[in-house]
Design a protein around this ligand. Structure first.
Ligand code: GTP
Length: 597
């Protein structure tokens, strides 16, 4: 088709508002994927994603659609739905001219809807509002239209009402895409510039790069150059996504496709990089490239020390596919050999942990996540510290800075009070509050990222009975009065339990943490003191009384199967323990600091 008949678009939505369901229906109606080959939700094709019902990796699909006798080519670029991946969202939006804004008609505008709309507006996209789930008895499309107009300022007089589930309104959406979204600019004669919006590692072909040609053309066999990574490769294979990979010889400005070029790691073909021709380079790269900066770190240690080499192999393999994952070896007297790993955010961290255990069959102990502190030392040096146990001694440091985030919470007005309390408890600085509609407010706080790591989101949900949503973005580093809190168990310092806390909270955290550890650590054959200290000073102390633990004591009579079952249970229970000195410490204890009351 001519370039005037190409449309590149994406779908933006709050989690669970129906993005994947709608994408599937678009693929079905255009005959791109037939119902019987459709696994549930084609676009989310990682198992983990399907189970968790979230979109992690973005992908693309090319659809053919005939409107009034004229054939069109519609490229749908999928966007990940979580704030951890907002950089990837922004790059996939930059590859499009328009976006469907899907809002659940029974819910309304949520925090992620807003964040994604802002990103789309920054990228100058044409936005088509779509109200989904009109089949639900609780759907209020008129109210939600009004909400979108008031909050976002988007004209909703032609908003499309649909039910992705029932297949209502799908043809209207396709025709709006064609009529409202502009075609790409014809810049095929310019030097090549293609934007990478996704890449993944294929063990047989190396990295597969998904890109949108912004200017120029790219042919099979071309020698290409990645402007940010500074590497060059031969494009062995190029093709389109229909949605399965289909080889073609050439792709022109405006088109979306994939290539493979014997690239060994996704770090060499990062999202946001610009592909140009080697030797005939474009003058400047496309705007918006950013390095991935891990914001959250934790220690990963194999329960069984023999699994250390396997853990390293697994991390190396995962990194081939995940340019944002960082890791380096960490040794601790308490935990033995493991790795300190860096992640974009908490969800990213959980996904990696889960994949390591599931796909690589490792049993791991994970230590509580930490942010990256910037320590200004007495000698003028600035040290980045992502591991509380390695914080320079008080005498060696002048002050500590920590990362702050801006959070926006959207909530029905009856929960404003509880949510402001939450912001306040987490050292938040109140910024502003606005009623976005008569009944709903937007509340903005700035607070330390460290206060968000852990159960902030759970608290937001429980204090608003599930009705509030939130988004956050990094604002920068600021000085805080922080101290290191050490934990000693049975007289031995346990490095992985050390945390960095605000001075004003240190006593309360110390007390709560020792109490929590007392609950979580099983009683031993001997008495075990548990202490929290700042420097040499003990600020809280508990002790576990001795017990003789005999699981079989509960078994009267001689039922052998029951006995076996109990023993098996005990063995499983043992699995995620780490011996700290003579004390067995379970996994939960390492996370205790996140769940203090
Ligand atoms: P993420 O990928 O996690 O961002 O979610 P999503 O926005 O892709 O949502 P998804 O398509 O997975 O839909 C979420 C839930 O809403 C699923 O249980 C769907 O079956 C349901 N759903 C989607 N569209 C409709 C609809 O039109 N009507 C009704 N009743 N349910 C729908």
């Amino acid at each position: 088709v001519p370039i005037s008949n190409i449309r590149n678009f994406c779908i933006i939505a709050h989690i669970d508002h129906g993005k994947s369901t709608l994408a599937d229906k678009l693929l079905q109606l255009t005959g791109t994927v037939h119902k019987r080959e459709m696994k549930e939700q084609f676009l989310d094709n990682m198992d983990l994603e399907r189970e968790r019902g979230i979109t992690i990796k973005l992908q693309a699909a090319r659809m053919r659609y005939v409107l009034d006798g004229e054939p069109f080519c519609l490229n749908l670029i999928d966007t990940p739905g979580h704030v951890d991946f907002s950089y990837e969202v922004s790059r996939s939006l930059a590859a499009c001219e328009g976006a469907l804004l899907v809002v659940d008609a029974s819910q309304g505008v949520e925090a992620q809807t807003l964040a994604n709309v802002y990103l789309a507006l920054e990228n100058n996209l044409e936005i088509i509002p779509v109200l989904n789930k009109i089949d639900l008895p609780g759907a209020e499309p008129d109210r939600v239209c009004q909400e979108i107009e008031e909050i976002i300022g988007l004209d909703c007089s032609e908003a499309i009402r649909c039910s992705a589930k029932e297949g209502i309104g799908i043809a209207e959406i396709l025709s709006a895409i064609i009529k409202k979204i502009p075609p790409p600019k014809d810049t095929a004669r310019n030097p090549l510039r293609a934007l990478i919006f996704d890449s993944y590692y294929d063990p047989y072909r190396g990295v597969i790069v998904y890109f949108r040609v912004i200017d120029g053309t790219i042919k099979k066999g071309d020698r290409i150059y990645f402007m940010a990574s500074g590497t060059d490769h031969i494009a062995d294979e190029i093709g389109v996504l229909s949605p399965n990979q289909l080889e073609v010889d050439e792709l022109f400005a405006g088109e979306v496709g994939y290539l493979s070029a014997s690239i060994k790691s996704v770090a060499d073909a990062r999202v946001g990089d610009t592909i140009t021709h080697f030797g005939k380079q474009a003058e400047s790269a496309l705007p918006g490239y950013e390095e991935a900066t891990p914001m959250v770190f934790c220690g990963l240690f194999p329960v069984d020390a023999d699994q250390f080499p396997e853990l390293r192999d697994a991390l190396e393999k995962l990194q081939l596919n995940d340019a944002a994952l960082k890791f380096e070896p960490e040794t601790s007297s308490a935990m033995g050999f493991g790795f300190r790993c860096g992640f974009l955010g908490l969800l990213h961290m959980e996904i990696v942990q889960e994949r390591l255990e599931r796909e690589y069959d490792l049993t791991l102990i994970t230590t509580a996540p930490s942010v990256v502190y910037r320590v200004h030392c007495a000698n003028g040096e600035i040290v980045e510290c992502s591991n509380p146990s390695s914080l320079p001694e008080p005498g060696k440091r002048r002050f500590i800075e920590e990362p702050f985030v801006k959070i926006e919470m959207l909530s029905p007005k009856e929960y404003i009070g509880p949510l402001m309390e939450l912001g306040q408890e987490r050292r938040g600085v109140f910024k502003e509050m606005n009623y976005i509609t008569e009944n709903r407010a937007s509340i903005i706080y700035e607070l330390p990222l460290a206060e968000m790591v852990g159960d902030f989101f759970d608290q937001l949900k429980s204090r608003s009975k599930g009705y509030a949503s939130m988004e956050y973005s990094f604002v920068g580093y600021s000085e805080s009065d922080l101290v290191k809190l050490d934990i000693q168990i049975n007289g031995e310092p346990v490095e992985p339990l050390a945390t960095i806390v605000h001075k004003d909270k240190a006593y309360a955290v110390g007390r709560a943490l020792t109490q929590k550890l007392k609950e979580l650590i099983p009683r031993q054959m001997f008495k075990v003191p548990i202490q929290a200290c700042i420097g040499a000073k003990v600020i809280a102390s508990e002790s576990l009384s001795a017990i003789r633990k005999d699981v079989l004591a509960k078994c009267y009579g001689g039922d052998i199967t029951r006995k076996k079952k109990l023993l098996r249970k005990q063995a499983e229970g043992k699995k995620r323990m780490k011996a700290i000195g003579r004390v067995e410490v379970p996994q939960e204890a390492f996370m205790a600091v996140l769940r203090l009351e």
